[in-house]
Write a protein that binds this ligand. Structure first.
Ligand SMILES: *[C@@H]1O[C@H](CO)[C@@H](O)[C@H](O)[C@H]1NC(C)=O
Ligand SMILES: *[C@@H]1O[C@H](CO)[C@@H](O)[C@H](O)[C@H]1NC(C)=O
Ligand SMILES: *[C@@H]1O[C@H](CO)[C@@H](O)[C@H](O)[C@H]1NC(C)=O
Ligand SMILES: *[C@@H]1O[C@H](CO)[C@@H](O)[C@H](O)[C@H]1NC(C)=O
Ligand SMILES: *[C@@H]1O[C@H](CO)[C@@H](O)[C@H](O)[C@H]1NC(C)=O
Ligand SMILES: *[C@@H]1O[C@H](CO)[C@@H](O)[C@H](O)[C@H]1NC(C)=O
Ligand SMILES: *[C@@H]1O[C@H](CO)[C@@H](O)[C@H](O)[C@H]1NC(C)=O
Ligand SMILES: *[C@@H]1O[C@H](CO)[C@@H](O)[C@H](O)[C@H]1NC(C)=O
Length: 439
């Protein structure tokens, strides 16, 4: 029915080119949404092989990208030329596909291998400090997607060792530190999703060697924050299942004008299940902005409350009481970034756009919008003052569409210049009272 209707319209359209049809409104006298605003978008890189997730831009311009597994050969890569990437730092660091998972008493688990990469979700680069080289921080979830004989996907539980934070020196391209988590901090059903750093030496609740704030976005429903002391390797949780980190219940977002339900082969139709997702520190490191993927709300909390340890019996109650709601922002939000001006950029998959929250007026504003931004998954501001975006068409992946892949190659890295010569937020680069060490 629909296709014959379209065929007739197309026929009419070609027979009478000047007539305006709903497929082609170029001659209309009516106002039309162009789908664009903001700074010029440039196409930097095309993905023709593996579909990407995370992105990080080094000071020398190298573009690093991660790919969750799955069936991909490698999970951490570097852009090699305009149309291809290669494993970084080497293919050897990737666990072979047949070692990604195991099982005990019939229950599947992810690998416990703490040195090999299992499935890397997020990347973050911190600039050189007096005690660290410029570092690529790699967040391995330890939870690959596995497929049964009917090609129905599922995600095994994590084992301690698998989920990890790995530090790679961008000077010598070598892993120089690895942190893993006990089962009481990273639950079997946790899912590490993003990370930010603060190297100030005077941070309460820490050894003074810096801290990482990690997102547990757990689709199974126990999202929250995990903190990692980079000096001692100690880790702890805060705001687990706080109202502000939970998924938006039964949320139906729209992508490209289509309502979206989660259609996973072998399961009934569901909703987007992911909780806490985007995070970004204020420029002084004292406040962490965050939101779940599937709500329209932006929140923040003083980082002091996240650093408070369980020895303070009121730590959780005080953290909850100190959560600020910045209200709605006009859509669901994915990854965040931040600039020197304190703006909190938020990737907005429903709107093919990037918005920013301005703490100065307390409002969310549009920054850039373009029809090519089909699911912006990660953003990273380079030393060149450009915001780089990974575009991966995620809602069209087979795992969300009954096994049918309607993504169209290539995926892309797009970039656009920040306003007013703004640069990347400096918080992760500074140590104690000095801003020194920027390369
Ligand atoms: C536009 O469509 C109308 C109605 O079908 C038709 O009468 C007319 O000739 C068309 N105009 C042009 C310029 O083809
Ligand atoms: C839309 O219509 C204009 C004017 O009739 C024509 O020049 C253009 O090629 C059409 N675009 C498409 C995509 O058909
Ligand atoms: C990019 O690298 C790939 C793999 O090495 C190669 O096949 C391709 O020709 C290169 N493309 C360009 C434009 O250099
Ligand atoms: C990994 O998971 C797949 C899919 O469920 C299963 O066929 C395979 O046996 C698992 N591997 C191990 C070592 O348990
Ligand atoms: C972990 O994985 C790496 C990369 O595949 C491998 O070199 C190493 O031997 C593995 N370790 C164990 C204990 O299996
Ligand atoms: C690489 O750099 C790191 C960090 O500076 C250092 O700890 C490590 O020893 C270096 N490794 C090699 C092989 O040079
Ligand atoms: C906010 O956090 C601070 C520092 O932990 C704490 O002293 C204060 O009691 C908290 N506020 C509330 C309302 O709990
Ligand atoms: C830590 O040091 C920085 C830089 O000197 C300062 O701005 C900040 O207020 C200090 N933070 C705390 C919690 O004392």
């Amino acid at each position: 029915m629909l296709s014959s209707y379209l065929a007739i319209l197309l026929l009419l359209g070609s027979a009478a080119a000047q007539n305006v049809t709903f497929q082609n409104s170029s001659q209309t006298r009516l106002r039309v949404d162009t789908g664009t605003y903001g700074p010029e978008i440039e196409e930097v890189h095309y993905y023709y092989d593996q579909w990407p997730i995370g992105i990080a831009v080094a000071s020398d311009g190298r573009l690093f990208t991660s790919y969750t597994r799955g069936e991909y050969r490698y999970t951490l890569g570097v852009v090699a030329n305009r149309t291809s990437e290669r494993p970084y730092p080497s293919l050897d660091l990737n666990l072979p596909l047949n070692q990604l998972n195991t099982s005990y008493n019939g229950i599947p688990f992810g690998s416990a291998n703490s040195t090999g990469f299992i499935s890397v979700q997020a990347l973050y680069i911190t600039t050189k400090t007096s005690s660290r080289p410029e570092t690529l921080w790699v967040l391995d979830t330890g939870r690959p997607t596995i497929y049964n004989s009917q090609m129905e996907p599922s995600m095994p539980y994590a084992q301690p060792g698998g989920p990890k934070v790995v530090a790679i020196s961008l000077s010598n391209n070598t892993v120089y530190q690895t942190f893993t988590f006990p089962a009481g901090v990273h639950y079997p059903d946790s899912y590490l999703n993003d990370l930010r750093f603060d190297f100030h030496s005077n941070l309460s609740g820490t050894s003074g060697k810096g801290i990482a704030y990690l997102v547990d976005s757990s689709n199974e429903g126990r999202p929250g924050f995990i903190m990692l002391d980079l000096g001692t390797g100690d880790s702890w949780r805060r705001l687990t299942q706080d109202a502000s980190v939970l998924r938006g219940m039964n949320d139906v977002p729209s992508y490209q004008g289509h309502p979206f339900y989660f259609r996973q082969k072998g399961s009934p139709i569901q909703w987007q299940l992911e909780g806490l997702d985007g995070i970004q520190l204020s420029t002084d490191g004292e406040r962490l902005y965050y939101s779940p993927l599937s709500t329209n709300y932006l929140y923040s909390i003083p980082t002091q409350n996240l650093r408070e340890r369980d020895t303070n019996k009121l730590a959780e109650v005080q953290a909850h009481a100190n959560v600020s709601s910045h209200g709605q922002r006009g859509g669901n939000g994915n990854g965040f970034e931040g600039d020197t001006n304190g703006l909190i950029y938020q990737l907005m998959p429903e709107h093919n756009a990037v918005y920013y929250f301005d703490p100065n007026d307390g409002l969310t504003h549009g920054f850039v919008r373009d029809p090519r931004i089909i699911w912006p998954d990660g953003g990273s501001i380079g030393a060149d003052g450009y915001l780089y975006l990974n575009i991966n068409q995620l809602p069209y992946q087979p795992d969300w569409n009954y096994g049918v892949d309607t993504r169209e190659h290539p995926g892309a890295i797009l970039r656009c210049k920040l306003p007013n010569g703004e640069r990347r937020s400096p918080v992760s680069t500074s140590e104690s009272d000095s801003e020194g060490g920027d390369s």
